[in-house]
Structure formats: structure tokens, C-alpha cells
Design a protein around this ligand. Structure first.
Ligand SMILES: [Zn+2]
Length: 314
């Protein structure tokens, strides 16, 4: 049996269906256990950068397998890439991972966040192109597809690391840090720059797997960007798959999408979604507090790198 989520077109009825699946998360006491899917879950969509149609399938995998992508369109070189922070090759606009042969998969953060949010720790993800499908710009359809299968509890605990001291990184846009805390907690602040022209005030959102439902609180928050930037990217032959169907587009202090925002604070929720996806590349449950202000993929990667450097030298 297969679960199929098709995003070659985007309809309201699909969005309505997704709501019926909200809340089917694993009991929070199971969070520290390993899990996989019972059946392959198939996703059709386009890459936001390449504009190319791709088919991505999340397959069941054994205990301690982790999350591994396999590029089925590449046969003449090693085509598997582990979803681990050490494989991160680019953090410009999205998170891209590459193996030692240079075979890569781009925009992994939204599917990785969906796997984290549904408790899936072991999966082989086959994909017939270089980029994860953008779907409608968030993790909602990935969560829906995964939650339609049975989630299999596996006979082993997840690997976890307790944050024992604060590690912090900063750049010109903001900062991110990991500090001691007794659970796996995410907090993100979003401070709009002048470019937002008063669209929103400062936003703050938190997520804890033990207390919150990823599918309702986080998974529906879409990626966002400025209309002027999209025009420049299109002129440069980039962001070919980006459209109002998969991106919140901001222009002159207003949202261009006909239906507006899904949440008043959709922007900070998407920052949280990206952070959850990026930090899951640790391949450990980090028992600690991730806090950030205006984070991006680069900051998240730098934070993981600094954290692992710190614990290997201390
Ligand atoms: Zn994102």
C-alpha cells in the first residue's frame, strides 16, 4: 500500500484534507524512541529553485539507519547522501547536502523538519532529481503523507546529547545559540527590517515536542520572500519553481498572496520550521534550548558546527 501526495497543482480541498490529520502525532513519551514509516510515502512536486518536476519517496528503514537520501537519477557515482550537518555544502537560500562525490540534494530542510515533527528517525528517501519538491512551501503535505501511514515504533532509543554549556554564533542578520535546558526546546524571535515597511511587528514563537503539535503549530507556515528579490532571481535563471502557490510574497509592506497569511505570525513560525529541519541534521536529539533571532540556514549550520567542535575538543 502506498500513500501518494500530489502537488503538481494546489487546491483548497487538499488543504482541508490536511486539517483532518492534525493532531495525529506520536505520544510525547515516544519522542525519544526511534521510528520509521510502515509503507513508502510518495510525493510529487517541483523544485523551487530548479522548477523541475520530481518524485520523492520516503521508504521504511531499519533501526539506526538514520535519514539517507538516494538520487535515483544518478547511477555512475555514489548516489547516497546522509542527512547530517557534516554533509551540508550550501546554505544560501536553502540547505543543500552533498556526498564526497559531489552528488547533492537541495532544499532538504522542510522534509527533514516534517520527519522530526512526526517522530520519524529512520528512512531512505529516494528522489529522481537534485532538489526536494517544494510542495506548498512548508512541511504540511509531507506531514500529511507520513501521518497517513502507520508510524512504526522501533526497538531502540534515539541517540541524544545533553547541552552542557552555551554555544552561540552571530552574523550581520542575527544570532543563534544552544544552552542547557531539560527538554528539546526551540525559541525564535523575528525582528522585521525596514524592508518589511511595517508589515509586521516583532514576532516570537516557541516549540517543544512534548507540549506542542508540530502539524498544527509549525508545519503549515510557508517560506517567504520579497517580490523584488524574486524578480532578480528569475532574471538570473534561479527560483524557477517559486510562485504564489509555494511562497508568501511580500511587496511594498503587503502580502501579495490572495488568501493572505495562514497565521498572523507565519513568518516566525517558518523560521522555526527551518530551524527544526536544520538542527535535526545533528542526528541527535539535542536536550537543550535552541534560541535565535532572525536565524537562517547559514547561522543554523554554523551553530551545529561550533557545537560539535566544542564537544569534541572539550
Ligand atoms: Zn524554509
Amino acid at each position: 500500500m502506498y500513500s501518494i501526495v500530489d502537488n503538481t497543482s494546489n487546491t483548497l480541498s487538499k488543504v482541508m484534507n490536511i486539517h483532518q490529520h492534525a493532531g495525529k502525532k506520536l505520544p510525547s513519551q515516544d519522542f525519544l524512541n526511534q521510528h520509521t514509516v510502515s509503507n513508502p510515502v510518495i510525493f510529487h512536486g517541483v523544485g523551487v529553485h530548479s522548477g523541475k518536476a520530481v518524485c520523492m519517496i520516503v521508504h521504511p528503514a531499519a533501526v539506526d539507519h538514520g535519514i539517507i537520501f538516494e538520487r535515483t537519477d544518478i547511477e555512475d557515482q555514489p548516489n547516497r547522501i546522509r542527512a547530517n550537518w557534516q554533509m551540508v555544502s550550501t546554505t544560501n537560500m536553502c540547505t543543500t547536502i552533498s556526498n564526497s562525490s559531489g552528488v547533492s540534494v537541495a532544499t532538504v530542510e522542510h522534509i527533514i523538519a516534517a520527519l522530526y515533527g512526526t517522530g520519524i528517525t529512520n528512512a531512505l528517501i529516494t528522489i529522481d532529481g537534485p532538489e526536494v519538491p517544494i510542495m506548498d512551501g512548508c512541511s504540511e503535505e509531507f506531514c500529511k503523507g507520513i501521518l497517513e501511514t502507520n508510524i512504526i515504533r522501533q526497538a531502540k532509543r534515539r541517540h541524544s546529547l545533553k547541552i552542557s554549556e552555551t554555544v552561540r554564533v552571530e552574523n550581520e542578520n542575527g544570532w543563534a545559540q544552544l544552552s542547557p535546558h531539560d527538554t528539546n526546546l526551540f525559541s525564535v524571535k523575528f525582528i522585521p527590517t525596514d524592508r518589511y515597511e511595517g508589515l509586521t511587528q516583532e514576532q516570537f514563537q516557541q516549540f517543544s515536542y512534548h507540549e506542542d503539535d508540530f502539524t498544527t503549530l509549525i508545519s503549515r507556515a510557508r517560506t517567504f520572500g520579497f517580490y523584488e528579490d524574486a524578480q532578480k532571481l528569475w532574471a538570473a535563471g534561479l527560483a524557477k519553481g517559486a510562485s504564489l502557490d509555494n511562497t508568501v510574497v511580500i511587496h511594498k509592506g503587503a502580502v501579495m498572496n490572495e488568501d493572505g497569511l495562514r497565521y498572523n505570525d507565519e513568518l516566525v513560525r517558518h523560521k522555526l520550521l527551518d530551524a527544526i529541519g536544520d538542527m535535526a541534521l545533528a542526528e541527535y536529539v539535542l536536550i537543550g534550548h535552541y534560541e535565535a533571532c532572525n536565524p537562517g540556514h547559514t547561522l543554523n549550520y554554523q551553530l551545529l558546527k561550533k557545537y560539535f567542535e566544542t564537544i569534541t575538543t572539550s
